[in-house]
Design a protein around this ligand. Structure first.
Ligand SMILES: Nc1ncnc2c1ncn2[C@@H]1O[C@H](COP(=O)(O)OP(=O)(O)O)[C@@H](O)[C@H]1O
Ligand SMILES: [Mg+2]
Length: 245
């Protein structure tokens, strides 16, 4: 039943699993119909030339008096913006600070879907106090501002427990990592947790508040949004030039 009747996006969705199991592609697939969509890209490789999106490369100055600077400031991108948009924000450093600033900014933008790739790079795991305040509020009460929050991560234990415990849906792709497997056991029946190390690519176990866990093979071979062989860390200056190397 859940395979045939695709449900709406929940307000906080996570995608866990090993590298190359299909997390990022699946996340992009799930958010594809969102009219106002912000993708945050810390790897600056496979999403650099994602078609159909605007691309913003902010510069960030750390520290008390710091913040975004220069032309590619996300504040400029969102200023006065109404209607539909799709943008990838490529962030290279100061990741927690930049995601926190973005969450603050998006509260004012409202009605937006925020899809963060490799979320574990942005949000410190550990004590509740370590989660930057605007990220925290986007995750636990963002739905009041019309914010939908999605994120991928290779290892659930590296994603802050507040994010995990507030997730309304998690898609678990293949993993052999011991902490991930033990985390999974509190979300799904034993047999599903035991299947995680041998799940084929692009297959996941979906867990959610709304229904029993199930194995989802429905998207195998069906997502072609991003290319496999693009590992080069492209620089902003060359992003518009196609260089074959
Ligand atoms: N459902 C799918 N069907 C076909 N190809 C897929 C599917 N999901 C992902 N891929 C391809 O597999 C590769 C790895 O996927 P990706 O989403 O980047 O994995 P991850 O984010 O887990 O590292 C990409 O080239 C992607 O296009
Ligand atoms: Mg990925």
């Amino acid at each position: 039943m859940p395979n045939s009747k695709r449900s709406e996006l929940e307000y906080l969705e996570l995608f866990f699993g090993k590298s190359l199991t299909g997390k990022t592609a699946r996340m992009l697939h799930e958010v594809r119909r969102q009219p106002r969509l912000v993708v945050v890209d810390p790897k600056c490789s496979q999403l650099v030339s994602l078609a159909g999106f605007d691309h913003v490369w902010p510069e960030y100055v750390p520290g008390k008096r710091g913040g975004w600077t220069g032309e590619q400031n996300p504040v400029n991108y969102f200023r006065g913006r109404t209607g539909k948009f799709r943008v990838v924000i490529h962030v290279r450093e100061h990741l927690p600070e930049q995601l926190n600033s973005l969450c603050l900014l998006l509260r004012a933008v409202r009605n937006v879907t925020l899809a963060v790739d490799e979320l574990g790079l942005f949000i410190p795991s550990g004590a509740a106090a370590a989660l930057p305040s605007s990220i925290l509020s986007a995750m636990i009460s963002g739905s009041h501002e019309g914010l939908i929050f999605c994120g991928t991560a290779q290892i659930p234990s590296l994603v802050h427990f507040i994010a995990r415990s507030n997730a309304s849906r998690i898609r678990w792709f293949r993993t052999t990592e011991i902490n991930s497997l033990s985390a999974a056991k509190s979300y799904m029946p034993r047999a599903f947790a035991d299947s995680l190390p041998s799940l084929p690519d692009y297959v996941c176990i979906e867990t959610s508040d709304a229904h029993a866990a199930f194995r989802d093979e429905s998207m195998v071979g069906k997502i072609h949004l991003i290319s496999r062989n693009n590992n080069a860390r492209a620089l902003p200056a060359v992003q518009t030039e196609k260089t074959d190397s």
